[in-house]
Design a binder for this molecule. Sequence first.
Ligand SMILES: [Zn+2]
Length: 402
Amino acid sequence: MLVAHRIRLDPNNVQATYLGRAAGTARFAYNWALNEWQRQYEACKTNPALPKPSEAALRRLLNSIKRKQFPWMLEVTKNAPQLAIMQLGQAFENFFAGRARYPRFRKKGRGDRFSLTNDKFRVEGRSIRIPKLGWVRMRETLRFSGRIVSASVARVAGHWYASITVDTSDSTQPPAENQGAVGMDVGITSLATLSTGEAFEGPKALRNLLTRLRRLSRALSRKVKGSCNRAKAKLKLARLHARIANVRRDSLHQLSNSITRRFHTIGIENLNVMGMLGNRHLARAIADMGFYELRRQLEYKAAWRGGQVVLADRWFPSSKLCSCCGYHLEALDLDVRHWTCPGCGSSNDRDVNAAINLRNMAVSSTASACGGEGSGLAREREAKPAPTKQEFNGKVKTAGFA
Ligand SMILES: [Zn+2]
């Protein structure tokens, strides 16, 4: 399994200049290749005898002309232009597969980065060796053990980071302490509720940071375009954005660590994040909670310990089923936090009840999966159309005809 550890770098001034130049070279090569791709594509439309553009051919072309036309490229690692063009090829592949938009030109100052293959750099303790530059200090040591696959060096809000990808297939972690199952209901008012009744609040720091964010973005909008003060305000805002992202990521890691360390089987909802982000009002809140990121973390961390994450069907009525007797409510208003079951009279907390249903779903679907090809009723089915109805009340999930 591939995991990445992003480590802050402490370059001196000379090194920071090199990193900026390498990122600039990568950007130039990417844009050059995109431009060349479009030109070749137009050319082969008029003359079908010409070859279609490809990233491999573009890399060869750049290699043959760079010594003459772009001699400054030789000052930085040759990985910078080469891998940038390979990334362009990947971007086109994603575009043709319908996974992404048509590749766009890279802009200076936005996502400045370059990548390195594992034969070109070395990591020792708290240093990383970058070709044609030497050792650069890192703020911490690499957390994962395993084969190092690649690295990418990027500038985020004025700071440099190395994101080092490691293949951890050989390393093993102890299995979960409790071999049991747990259900998790993700929400917005609280980060998540477990079937055990535990509720995880989101990080409190986030709210203060968001207030500051609003103030800073207002301040930025009042600054004169092109002025020095505007540049300063812009960097300040970018730093705050980066800090918010860090706080958020950290809270999700704590949550996913806690759950995967304790439970073997984890039942969660399958949230239609793309559909939900279409809702402007909720977009921030949902992006904040990072549902997708949480699911990603749970999946790889569970896999480390031999555990598993079971996704519920998008139509699984987790909040409308009574976890005690299975009574299925027709409707449940969005602001109802507690309800009494007409079937058995038990009093259900909305989030805990949903989490218990998700745990039961996970248990039953793993039990039937052992019996052969069959999967539980509530298990994810791939061929369904996207849901159209959404439920929002501080807690977001998709609901279909349930
Ligand atoms: Zn009931």
